[in-house]
Design a protein around this ligand. Structure first.
Ligand SMILES: *Cc1c(COP(=O)(O)O)cnc(C)c1O
Length: 355
């Protein structure tokens, strides 16, 4: 999709910043938003009028197709501030490519690269005081696209809005996560939209996840929709298992989201000499490894929490508690990744992107 390059980014400035009213030590994840937001409209077959303006509510027609047919995709990324006050993104071109991959699957027109990067970098410069230095502090960035055309015929919309909103975040510590291996419900199926960051993938998980919560488990590890035998992902995180000294994770496919944290962790593991196997991982094998004491760690990877350690899992009537580990792979991999993200260590793979 080509940008209408005659369109210049327009900026409407705030009168007063909200920042002094925010307690940065007590932030609920995703509930506080910065001063500005970016938006761009798709009309008459073109993305037009890229604009940055004060964050706030907007008017959308009740017949907008997003409300009826769920044409909505999003991304999740973070900006970090180093000790010299410089702001960095982590592999943002991957988020750009992935939102267009998601859009394509939902029959949404792809967004132009020029608009994405110009909008994003300008927005971050305007909101830079909202990014605090120190490990764990970050600005969570949420680009998304919705179908805004007021027309309830069941077909792809002809009008869309691309937006970016930003939310300051403290370290997103999930605590000890206990998980259920899915036996009945499925998140995605072969040929479906599991690989896309589509809003509907989340909506469909909430009910089974509520049931898991009631049983004392924070998350579900989704399994393949046919046999419920192969462990796929956690639905907001990709998943790794450490059996003996080896890390295992499922290969990505059209049912599994290709996480940027996952691929970065795989690379870092290789860099620091941790051996990894990317192959289908079965429930039977993980239960056997747990029984034999060979299952050392399980963890999820994703932008929000980076790495979340899993302390227990349940499948059928069998509950397994994982031992607490010093010098875990999870903490080693997480620290190496954070050091790159916060510009503490060298960046051998060119992952940092300076704002
Ligand atoms: C976003 C997401 C992830 C994690 O991806 P990252 O790029 O590492 O943040 C994993 N699974 C699903 C379903 C997701 O939506």
């Amino acid at each position: 999709m080509k940008a209408n390059t005659a369109d210049k980014l327009s900026i409407k400035h705030i009168v007063n910043s909200k920042i002094t009213s925010v307690d940065f030590n007590n932030l609920d994840f995703g509930k506080t938003f910065t001063d500005y937001m970016f938006e761009c409209d798709y009309v008459d077959g073109q993305w037009k009028n890229p604009t940055i303006k004060p964050y706030g509510p907007m008017i959308i027609d009740p017949s907008a197709r997003v409300f009826h047919y769920g044409q909505a995709v999003f991304e999740g990324m973070k900006a970090f501030k180093d000790d010299h006050g410089e702001v960095w993104l982590f592999r943002p071109e991957q988020n750009f490519e992935r939102i267009n991959l998601s859009s394509k699957r939902l029959a949404i027109p792809e967004f132009p690269k020029e608009f994405f990067f110009e909008g994003l970098t300008t927005l971050l410069k305007l909101d830079k005081d909202w990014i605090k230095p120190g490990f764990g502090n970050a600005l969570y960035i949420r680009p998304f696209v919705i179908a805004t055309e007021p027309a309830i015929a069941a077909s792809p919309a002809e009008q869309y809005k691309f937006m970016i909103i930003c939310s300051p975040a403290k370290a997103y510590y999930t605590g000890e996560i206990r998980v259920l291996f899915a036996e009945k419900y499925s998140r995605s199926a072969h040929g479906g939209v599991g690989f896309a960051k589509a809003a509907g993938n989340y909506g469909a998980q909430f009910y089974p996840t509520n049931l898991a919560n009631q049983a004392g488990f924070q998350q579900i590890i989704w399994t393949d929709a046919i046999q419920h035998e192969y462990l796929e992902e956690a639905g907001t995180m990709n998943i790794f298992f450490r059996v003996g000294d080896k890390l295992l994770t499922a290969p990505t496919n059209d049912r599994i989201l290709d996480g940027i944290t996952r691929k970065s962790i795989l690379q870092i593991a290789q860099d620091i000499g941790v051996s990894c196997e990317v192959r289908p991982v079965s429930v039977t094998e993980i239960k056997a490894a747990a029984q034999e004491g060979k299952l050392k760690e399980m963890f999820g990877t994703g932008t929000a929490a980076v790495i979340s350690t899993i302390s227990a899992f349940k499948h059928a009537d069998d509950l397994y508690e994982l031992p607490e580990l010093e010098n875990s792979y999870a903490s080693k991999l997480k620290n190496t990744l954070l050091n790159i993200q916060y510009n503490v260590s060298p960046d051998p793979h060119g992952w940092r992107y300076k704002i």
